[in-house]
Write a protein that binds this ligand. Structure first.
Ligand code: SF4
Ligand code: SF4
Length: 94
């Protein structure tokens, strides 16, 4: 099945806020969904009938805010979705 890069997020005056899922690497295991304290992520069946991680629709335009507990403006980051993913499929643009 073809792999693709799924981008979820937005750009505004303060920056680019995207969560990126590499669907070649993602097998839909759901570890990132379990790890996320904010309920940002879900596992969906994509157009190729594969299970893949995705950002819930209601969070497509508020990632800067909803992810702030993991990614504070200053201080150490604790990006739980990335840390939980066994295959390195999740990345963030900010
Ligand atoms: S950065 Fe944190 S809040 Fe945002 S999707 Fe990942 S685990 Fe969830
Ligand atoms: S933890 Fe990684 S491989 Fe598992 S569903 Fe999330 S992004 Fe995909």
């Amino acid at each position: 099945m073809p792999g693709y890069i799924a981008n979820y997020g937005y750009t505004n005056g303060s920056g680019d806020y995207y969560i990126v899922v590499d669907t070649d690497k993602c097998d839909g295991c759901g570890e990132c969904v379990e790890a996320c304290p904010q309920g940002v992520l879900e596992v969906i069946t994509d157009d190729y009938d594969d299970l893949v991680a995705a950002v819930r629709e209601e969070h497509h335009r508020n990632l800067k805010y909803v992810c702030a507990p993991c990614k504070p403006v200053s201080g150490p980051r604790d990006i739980k979705c990335q840390l939980a993913c066994p295959s390195g499929a999740v990345s963030h643009s900010w």
